[in-house]
Design a protein around this ligand. Sequence first.
Ligand SMILES: Nc1nc2c(ncn2[C@@H]2O[C@H](COP(=O)(O)OP(=O)(O)OP(=O)(O)O)[C@@H](O)[C@H]2O)c(=O)[nH]1
Ligand SMILES: [Mg+2]
Length: 247
Amino acid sequence: MLDNLNNTTTAARGLRLGVAGPVGTGKSTLIATICRELASEYEIAVVTNDIYTDEDARLLRAANVLPIERIVAVETGACPHTAIRDDVTPNLIAVEDLERQFHPLDMVIVESGGDNLTATFSPALVDAQIFCIDVAGGGDVARKGGPGIERADLLVVNKIDLAPYVDVDAVQMVADATAARDGLPVLALSQKDHATIDQLSAWLRQVIAAHRAGSHTPQDPGPMAPHFHADEEDHGHGHGHSHSHAH
Ligand SMILES: Nc1nc2c(ncn2[C@@H]2O[C@H](COP(=O)(O)OP(=O)(O)OP(=O)(O)O)[C@@H](O)[C@H]2O)c(=O)[nH]1
Ligand SMILES: [Mg+2]
């Protein structure tokens, strides 16, 4: 009963979508593209996070893909991951303000400040999240793993048009990412290849529909990879745990 109630409440508002990933991997550009592609179908607003500036919000406003008042900047003033995981209050307030002001919104997108491979959104802030890496960061990034790469709702391997220039085998990189994700989707994306952008739009339409139907369950990628210790009997049985690492 309570579950039903929660589902109803969550589905009654728009989808909250997080976009995280290392610095410069193309998060703002990807968000601008989502808005450009889907703003005629859905009511969208965006919250950006920068440590010291509102640079990302200015980039998005300049892209002219949404009315500027639908793009709000949160200056985190600290490590970006703090604002999307440890204390999400400033972001949550910004999201809720937009939802109130422009009701009814179909989707609010939150861009994380560029961080390292460990930063993921708390499900207290977003319903679904995209983790964005790029070929320019090196072909081995997908193999390095981490919670975003392994368990975000969608992993984007971005800028695949640049692969030949940085000596990266994009097909291999996508295969490595796919192997790390236990069936979760991976999308090879390039702003210069519209077919890949169409795949991104299709994924988003499907998540928005599932959210509306109450059949989308937010997952927590979690900061800690599932793991075992040598002295644990469960070793190798495929289910992990997390703890404070006090020992
Ligand atoms: N060649 C190519 N360049 C891209 C693509 N997507 C983004 N870029 C470029 O990558 C650079 C960084 O893009 P942003 O969207 O600002 O990256 P970001 O992840 O938002 O950066 P931070 O917010 O600073 O972490 C820009 O110069 C973009 O034009 C792509 O698909 N192909
Ligand atoms: Mg950005």
